[in-house]
Design a binder for this molecule. Structure first.
Ligand code: UDP
Length: 237
């Protein structure tokens, strides 16, 4: 399971969809698919609408969140288009029914698509407001039996503090779910982390903006941060 933020389709801090970036991302997905790996994707919507941002400026939170979920469907279609242009077979499965553009999410169907070597793209988040697409990735990964969640971000792992603000911040190579929740490390929201913790679903946080990282990661390179139920804490010193 690869969790892509909306930003991965737009560029760091950018809005909208950059077709070149999306195509290049799809090329990286193709590379790992060619290694024989079954690939499921969850895409966020932060490049289009973030529910809590609109809510802060006065909009009803649930309405804003539904708009956010609709944004993820646009991103999923963009990603599908790019993946197909790279020669992959794909299916978009949406938690919000939109039959003319995507299949409804049906777990058994998702598993079947994976068996048939199709790349599946989960759209529409969980279908519920007050959740995030990180939680969607955790939920779907557990449901369809993924081995690991690769959380694609703009930093190369989880740090003791924000590395952009604190030059003394140290990267964790390994950290437990419990520790990352306790330390309130801004890696994923607590709902997503607890779901993974309770269901033993490891997460690897890595930098997607560095081309080739995805392939290196699945080939076993020591990249990013592994979050798991192991109590072993390893810092990159
Ligand atoms: N969202 C939601 N429920 C979900 C998933 C997403 O309400 O199950 C909404 C929420 O408003 C969120 C927006 O969709 O802000 C976009 O998702 P997210 O912020 O997770 O995107 P990312 O940060 O990964 O680009």
């Amino acid at each position: 399971m690869i969790k892509l933020s909306g930003e991965a389709l737009a560029g760091e801090g950018e809005l909208g969809i950059d077709t070149n970036k999306t195509f290049s991302l799809a090329g990286e997905i193709k590379e790992i698919h060619a290694l024989g790996i079954q690939v499921a994707l969850v895409v966020g919507g932060g490049n289009i609408v973030r529910g809590n941002t609109l809510a802060k400026s006065g909009m009803d939170r649930a309405t804003a969140d539904y708009m956010g979920m609709l944004g993820t469907i646009m991103n999923a279609l963009a990603l599908q288009d790019a993946c197909e242009k790279q020669g992959l077979f794909t299916r978009v499965l949406s938690a919000i029914e939109m039959k003319s553009v995507a299949e409804p999410y049906i777990r058994r169907r998702a598993v079947r698509h994976l068996e048939k070597e199709r790349v599946i793209i989960f759209a529409g988040g969980t279908g519920n407001p007050y959740f995030t697409t990180d939680t969607t990735a955790s939920l779907r990964a557990v449901e369809v039996g993924c081995e690991v969640i690769l959380k694609a971000t703009k930093v190369n792992g989880v740090y003791t503090a924000d590395p952009k603000k604190d030059p003394a911040a140290i990267r964790y190579k390994k950290i437990s779910f419990m520790e990352s929740i306790k330390e309130r490390l801004k890696v994923m929201d607590s709902t997503a982390l607890s779901l993974c913790m309770d269901n033993n679903m490891p997460i690897i946080v890595f930098d997607i903006f560095n081309k080739g990282n995805l392939r290196d990661l699945v080939c076993g390179a020591d990249i990013g941060t592994l979050i798991s139920n192991s109590e072993e804490l390893v810092k990159d010193v």
